[in-house]
Design a protein. Structure first.
Length: 389
């Protein structure tokens, strides 16, 4: 099987590259290294306004909702180019959650939320994890009780990234029995009375949050889809998210930058790029990266409605995030203390150190890789579920 881009796909790639060359400034790229934790500086806002002018933020949406119904291969090209050139990350409101509203939402849901998402005035933070419900998300306890025409919400969410600058919570709540069958999704304005957001500072001054809900009231129509069907929507959103997390573009850029640094760094008078152990390791990384790119082609070619094939995308997510981690770790090891520096005077402007710190995050965002391996075994190979302990 050949995995070559068609002439139209190559033209699309060049269009994306030309756009990034014109609009992706050094100031915008710098935000990716956590210089501005909110990620909403005027420079980044200007960049996204240019993306929206092209209509690219709705490329995979159906035409009935203002989209272009972009095919999965072109979506893969777009994601790879944005990752390679270190453009700001796509807001999961657009890439993960809007498709769920389109596919599973009520007419009221689509009418209430899609226009604002398209304009950028509605942006969701994911309210999933709780202090005692992380990977075992089905045990969540934040409750929503219907009182007349309003939902009354009480509980706490943790690792609630973006809650300090997004506009709404995409909130997983308990509305029925225990386990996944009693979970619903309710959309909650973050500025609603009773919502309080407190910072949690992590490695590299990256901010996430703990968010409390104290008798928060929202309209009944803020329920996403049907009551007690939230697990279906969570699963669909995570599948959409994993499609982007498996991108090969960022991994290729990291390896390209590391190789460039090895070619100009000497240890005891010898270029690191001439060291046989270094060369063998880099060759192994390059081979794995090529395999990842083929896996992504497979996920795209077998996808539909702008989305990647789910099992293949999950495999790509595991391979991409773990390969990225190993390349960054190798870079730190081989460059020694210099590899641990950050900022513009560091090797590769500090990107190796930055990628190393970010590696654990990417391995559990969108579903922990350990859980993803179970999913691949069950849905890809037809193996039974592991016994519950």
């Amino acid at each position: 099987m050949e995995f070559e881009l068609t002439a139209d796909e190559r033209r699309w790639r060049e269009e994306v590259r030309a756009f990034l060359a014109e609009h992706l400034t050094a100031e915008v790229v710098a935000e990716k290294t956590e210089k501005h934790p909110q990620g909403r500086s005027p420079a980044v806002a200007e960049f996204w306004s240019r993306v929206k002018e092209r209509g690219w933020h709705r490329l995979t949406w159906p035409k009935a909702y203002g989209g272009s119904e972009l095919d999965p291969v072109r979506r893969m090209i777009l994601l790879d180019e944005f990752e390679y050139w270190r453009a700001p990350s796509w807001d999961m409101t657009i890439t993960s959650l809007a498709p769920v509203i389109i596919a599973h939402g009520t007419d009221d849901n689509r009418e209430d939320w899609l226009p604002g998402i398209g304009e950028g005035s509605v942006r969701f933070a994911l309210g999933y994890s709780e202090p005692n419900s992380g990977t075992d998300l089905a045990s969540l306890r934040t409750s929503a009780v219907l009182d007349g025409d309003e939902w009354v919400i009480n509980g706490e969410k943790i690792w609630n990234s973006g809650a300090h600058y997004q506009t709404h919570e995409w909130l997983a709540v308990r509305t029925g029995e225990g386990g996944p069958r009693g979970i619903s999704i309710i959309i909650v304005p973050i500025d609603a009375p009773g919502v309080s957001v407190a910072p949690i500072w992590t490695w590299g001054d990256h901010r996430t949050n703990s968010t409390h809900f104290d008798n928060v009231r929202v309209p009944r129509r803020n329920l996403m889809g049907e009551v007690n069907k939230g697990w279906t929507y969570i699963t669909a959103a995570l599948e959409n998210e994993r499609g982007g997390l498996g991108s090969a573009g960022g991994v290729r850029r990291l390896l390209d930058d590391l190789v460039a640094e090895l070619r100009r760094t000497r240890v005891d008078g010898v270029l690191l790029s001439e060291d046989p152990v270094v060369r063998t390791t880099v060759a192994e990384f390059a081979a794995e990266l090529s395999a990842l790119e083929i896996m992504n082609f497979d996920a795209a070619l077998n996808g539909s409605n702008g989305s990647f094939e789910a099992v293949s995308a999950t495999m790509s997510k595991v391979v991409s995030t773990e390969l990225r981690s190993r390349i960054a770790r190798f870079g730190l090891d081989v460059l020694g203390l210099r590899g641990q520096e950050s900022g513009s005077t560091a090797p590769v402007d500090g990107w190796i150190e930055y990628e190393y710190r970010g590696a654990p995050l990417w391995q559990f965002v969108g579903g922990a890789n350990e859980v993803m391996r179970d999913l691949i075994a069950q849905r890809g190979a037809g193996l039974p579920r592991p016994p519950r302990r």
